[in-house]
Design a protein around this ligand. Structure first.
Ligand code: ATP
Ligand code: MG
Length: 622
């Protein structure tokens, strides 16, 4: 049985882009398709080659030369977009700041000249430990402009996480701020940064953006004022080969120690900007609200590079999505007439838990696409969001909730449900243009529809990673562990319409009485119980069954923990999925261990249950 839900006609009529022709062309002529996309941008030397591939090494547009900031800034600042808003930023107390393309271009040119004056050159790594602010974006773009490689560390991570990344990246310059704002409190970022670099003599400069000028304290002798960067004139964009590294970004660390993923100027630029228009349907003049952070890949691709390369307007805010009050996100959408929202399942489940009353006072009818990525989007969360954020499925619907699957390693959406395509809740969607994805067994054989297996990418596409910083063996293993292609590490199953459902991480798969059960399936069933807002399951060894399922659940507002409730939850899963998948235990918990990027860290629950060493916890939410 496949219940596919067509996009309501009232939403279809608001959409502007149809990617079907791209998908058909890319299937037969991927190089031609991507080269044509690439040629719509500005190059100092236009590329003539598409993919070059010598597994595991690969590249795109290898004979081309550009700089991503030429396309993200100069191209727009010279034309009619000069006075268009590039960034609209809101402080945690909802004070706005707007930077037009002209203004952003000027700020980035000066910051780039300042970094150059500090001795930062082509290929040098710069660690950016900044709150989610325009200054954080400017720091990233300034590095890119002079061919330096930025490595943004999320400003919620602590001393050892920051120190590890500075060391691993071999950075000589660190850019930070005095404070970040979180839930009305000040986070002393400078103290963390100064402690992280205290024993790292290779760090030559600690650039400090002071937001609160009255804060007096001892400064590390290497400290340089952010403002002083802006006194060295303007730096032009340094043309670099398409394959020149743009950034190193560490993964979320859900399944183990974070990996330093390397992306390159040319392919990344073409890939991220393509999906902004083709999947999210964002076009110049639209207001695009992204709730991620520059510390994560979604923030790199869809706060900074994708929207700017495309000439769109991105809206983002510092702080938590439910502070100063739970209405703030929805109020922002109404105030700015947001066209497209990009958020994460964990945020939708937070509002499910709080209840839809929070959204009711606000007019969300400007929204036409509500895109969601980062974790499995449970069918119940999809339905809730479609009803309360998208306006339902009837004639009154104004927007559609769409799932999309990708990874830090992939740079941009890879599988997705285009807003024109029918939704199948619980399924992330189909391979997007230029993506050859498959479900295979360990030997690399393609598996029939309906059979679960490893999710692989058979052929590189432009926004894929070019390496793992300092770890070529691990990088090679991503391509060599399975003969079929790049191994995502996720398990999936495909339906007869070509839609893929992500069953969870291969590491999180449950094995009960000889059956392999994806963690996502059981969690979907749990969240479909009326009392459950969020769930995480793990397997613990069981003499009889191999593994027994232990469920951890967070209740929705208005429900109380009781033995009767736990029994009803167990019974509900038994009915939905069969007795094999019924949890042996259900624990009601106030919160679940998550990475700072909002992903459930099942390996920690498992380690706690088994009394084992949990491994690297530097990205755990504190
Ligand atoms: P690490 O690789 O260090 O364990 P991570 O995999 O959590 O960290 P990310 O690159 O941020 O780091 O996350 C990518 C993963 O998130 C995917 O491999 C997948 O498991 C999950 N994911 C992302 N989007 C979706 C989605 N739409 N549906 C289901 N899972 C998703
Ligand atoms: Mg991963």
């Amino acid at each position: 049985m496949t219940d596919r839900i067509p996009t309501p006609p009232s939403v279809l009529s608001r959409l502007r882009y149809d990617p079907q022709a791209d998908i058909d062309r890319a299937r037969h002529d991927p190089d031609g398709f991507w080269l044509d996309e690439a040629r719509s941008y500005e190059w100092t030397r236009e590329p003539t080659t598409g993919l070059t591939w010598n597994r595991p090494e690969h590249g795109w547009f290898a004979d081309g030369e550009t700089n991503i900031t030429l396309n993200a800034l100069d191209r727009h600042a010279r034309g009619e977009a000069r006075t268009r808003a590039a960034l609209i930023w809101l402080s945690e107390t909802e004070e706005p700041q707007v930077l037009t393309y002209g203004m952003l271009h000027e700020r980035v040119q000066r910051a780039a000249a300042g970094l150059r004056a500090l001795g930062v050159g082509v290929g040098d790594r710069v660690v950016i430990y900044m709150p989610l602010t325009p200054e954080g974006c400017i720091a990233m773009l300034a590095c890119a402009r002079i061919g330096a490689v930025h490595s943004v560390v999320y400003a919620g991570l602590g001393v050892s996480a920051l120190r590890d990344r500075i060391t691993d990246a071999g950075a000589r310059v660190v850019v930070t701020a005095d404070v970040g704002h979180r839930r009305g409190k000040l986070v002393d970022l400078y103290a963390i940064a100064a402690e992280a670099v205290a024993d790292l003599p290779q760090v030559e400069h600690l650039v400090l953006w002071e937001r609160i000028k009255t804060f007096s304290r001892e400064h590390d002798v290497r400290t340089v004022a952010w403002e002083s960067l802006f006194t060295h004139g303007r730096a032009p964009a340094v043309p670099v080969p398409a394959e020149h590294p743009l950034f190193v970004l560490y993964t979320s660390g859900s399944t183990g120690k974070p990996k330093g993923v390397v992306h390159a100027h040319g392919g990344y630029m073409v890939g991220v900007a393509y999906h902004l228009k083709a999947l999210f349907d964002v076009h110049p003049g639209d207001i695009f609200l992204c709730t991620s952070d520059i510390g994560w890949v979604v923030g790199h691709s869809y706060i900074v590079y994708g929207p700017l390369v495309a000439g769109a307007t991105v809206l983002f805010r510092e702080g938590a999505p439910d502070f100063p009050d739970p209405g703030v996100l929805w109020r922002t959408i109404e105030r700015y007439g947001v066209d497209v929202l990009f958020t994460a399942p964990t945020a939708l489940r937070l509002f499910m838990k709080l209840g839809e009353e929070v959204l009711k006072p606000y007019d969300l009818s400007s929204l036409r696409v509500i895109a969601c990525a980062g974790e499995p989007l449970n069918p119940e969360a999809w339905r809730w969001a479609q009803e309360h954020v998208g306006g339902g499925l009837g004639e009154e619907a104004h927007g559609i909730v769409i799932d999309n699957w990708w990874q830090t390693e992939l740079g941009a959406p890879t599988l997705g449900t285009h807003p024109r395509w029918p939704a199948r809740p619980g399924y992330a969607g189909r391979p997007l243009a230029g993506v050859e994805a498959d479900v295979v067994d360990e030997a690399g054989n393609s598996l029939p529809d309906g059979t679960q297996g490893q999710l692989v990418i058979r052929r590189p596409f432009p926004s894929m990673l070019r390496g793992l910083h300092g770890n070529p063996e691990k990088y090679a293993s991503l391509w060599n562990a399975n003969p079929a292609g790049y191994l995502s590490g996720d398990l999936a199953v495909r339906d007869e319409h070509g839609y893929f459902s992500i069953l969870g991480r291969a590491d999180d798969v449950l094995s009960v009485a000889g059956h392999r059960i994806g963690s996502a399936d059981v969690e979907d069933a749990l969240v479909s119980h009326p009392a459950v807002a969020e769930a995480a399951v793990i397997g613990i060894p069981d003499e009889l069954k191999g593994e027994s399922i232990v469920a951890h659940v967070i209740l929705r507002a208005g429900h109380e923990d009781s033995p009767g409730l736990c029994a009803s939850i167990t019974e509900h899963v038994r009915r939905e999925l069969g007795p094999i998948a019924a949890p042996g235990a259900v624990h009601v918990v106030p919160s679940l261990p998550k990475t700072r990027s909002g992903k459930i860290m099942r390996r920690l629950l498992r380690a706690q249950a088994l009394g084992q060493d949990p491994g690297d916890l530097t990205t755990l939410e504190g």
